[in-house]
Design a protein around this ligand. Structure first.
Ligand SMILES: [Zn+2]
Length: 300
């Protein structure tokens, strides 16, 4: 617990160690504290503001839970009315990526060939064209700036979950100021930059590969391989806006955590699967196949 004086009424306010914001018990005014940063717990450098309202987050979430056909009916009918906005700490990774790559580039060409066939009892000669691909090796190097990868700095929300509602629009990035998060629940980072660096590099390297694949010459390519090394790496703490909506669909199961990107409205949850529905679908489709085969053989 950190204890400090309320800016509005002068009362003592306590804020838990994993939080950056709280509320004064006496006057209800929102509080933001600034702890001295350490290597493991840097202070935020940047932040993204909330754009999505809680009403829109709720609407988005309600529409989302109704959709998945193979989810248990209790999930699709679950009431979603609990919505919490939080600022999640994450690290924004920037670096210069040096990449060496190699691939097989395919160039298409057309071959015209003559062949003989029988038409109306006569042997005739015809021509046809077909497309062939010639493969050649290509290798090269490129360097690029990497600047829009973000990795969760919270043990409570794994990076895969954050990825599921990315991307964020980094054009709206702001310098961190306490007024950005005032009144919002804000978590302190629980992962040090060194603990997420490898994950950030992997994300950046995958993105480099995707970009390379888009810019390969020729008509097609295969066996693309690349090796990226990073230079001038930097991990800055950024606070990103999230709506968290627990979906309680069964009493004996923990609630499913539904996330809505507080900036873009992108939604995700690990939807449970109803195995009864899946099995029924399989059995029904098998039955249809059997019926179709029976109908076809009966006709003969
Ligand atoms: Zn107060």
């Amino acid at each position: 617990m950190a204890s400090f004086e309320c800016q509005a009424c002068g009362a003592r306010v306590e804020i838990e160690d994993d939080r950056r914001t709280g509320k004064c018990l006496y006057c209800g005014s929102p509080q933001v504290i600034d702890r001295p940063p350490s290597a493991d717990r840097p202070s935020p450098t940047f932040g993204l503001a909330f754009v999505v309202t809680p009403e829109r987050a709720l609407e988005t979430a309600r529409a989302f839970v109704r959709r998945p056909f193979f989810a248990p009916t209790s999930f699709r009918k679950a009431k979603v009315d609990d919505v919490r906005g939080i600022y999640l700490p994450a690290y924004l990774y920037t670096a210069v990526a040096h990449t060496a790559y190699e691939a097989q580039i395919g160039e298409n060409y057309t071959v015209t060939e003559t062949y003989t066939t029988t038409e109306n009892g006569k042997t005739v000669t015809r021509t046809r064209t077909r497309t062939e691909t010639e493969w050649r090796s290509l290798s090269g190097r490129c360097s690029s700036f990497v600047g829009d990868h973000v990795v969760s700095a919270s043990r409570g929300l794994p990076n895969v979950e954050l990825e599921s509602i990315e991307p964020f629009d980094w054009r709206a990035i702001k310098r961190y100021a306490p007024r950005l998060i005032s009144g919002w629940a804000t978590e302190e980072p629980t992962l040090a930059p060194a603990e997420v660096a490898q994950e950030a590099r992997t994300e950046a390297s995958n993105a480099v590969g995707k970009r390379l694949a888009r810019f390969m010459p020729g008509d097609s390519h295969r066996s693309l391989r690349w090796q990226t090394t990073f230079e001038h790496e930097d991990l800055e703490l950024v606070l990103v806006p999230l709506w968290i909506l627990p979906v309680r669909y069964r009493e004996d199961k923990p609630p499913v955590r539904l996330l809505v990107n507080g900036q873009t409205g992108r939604v995700h949850a690990n939807t449970p699967t109803s195995w009864i529905k899946v099995m029924t679908a399989i059995v029904l489709s098998c039955a249809l196949v059997v019926l179709a085969i029976w109908l076809l053989t009966e006709r003969r």
